[in-house]
Design a protein around this ligand. Sequence first.
Ligand code: GUN
Length: 284
Amino acid sequence: MANLIEGKIVSKKIYENLSDEILFLEKKPSLAVIIVGDDPASKIYVNLKKKKAQELGIKSMVVEMPQDTSEQALLEKIDELNKAPDINAILVQLPLPKQIHTRKVIEKINPLKDVDCFHPYNTGQIASGNKPYVYPCTPMGIVRLLEYYDIKIEGKHAVVIGRSNIVGRPLAQMLLNRDATVTICHSRTHNLAEITSQADILISAVGKRNLVTKDMVKQGAVVIDVGMNRTEEGKLCGDVDFWQVEQKASFITPVPGGVGPMTICSLMKNTFDLYNLQEKLQNK
Ligand code: GUN
């Protein structure tokens, strides 16, 4: 039976330290979240972020824009937040409505306030083995989990299933930067099971229930499940067939309570880090 990697517990510890540090600040870190349209899932995520920020003493501002917002109007709003000295971090909730080019919007965000690490300056820093201002939230959450449980990354074969800009791609590069041997698999990969069976660390970030089964996992592997899916009964589940795979893995993340809580945790930590960075630059 595998050891559980409990993001709920790890994030709680990080929050305790973070709220202590924020308590002593005279001026508080601030996060602006822009949500365009009324996607129900996005609304839930934005409310969770707002609630957590409030608990920690981080100022949060939610900018709600209608579904038919023009690209120009959104770019102008970002420009305004870029220039606002009392805003440290900007997050534009994705996905955006069809009339808006996501890439243009991301490129408009000041890289110093890019709390998601989506801007090409920051993603390019990771891709070239340098430091971005802050790391992307879910990949950083996963690396923190591996570190917390003393799971060595250097020299290990890490197989990442999924090549999204939000998780798979940056995570693969971050693991490479920590000297893992990295394989990225995706929807066009041939012989997926053959590749995943070689993984010391297997990460699935696809969004497909029961994608990872027991036969695809090496005995003793570390299995990280980034999937957020629903069972037929409506229960939250990941990409991994948990009850089968946990018999073979050495460590495994549950869903819920594994990677999920770490994403918002990284967002809060990133807001705090950007605040500190901007304060330091201002006092130079
Ligand atoms: N939509 C789904 N995940 C994310 C995320 O991490 N950041 C933003 N901005 N939008 C998302």
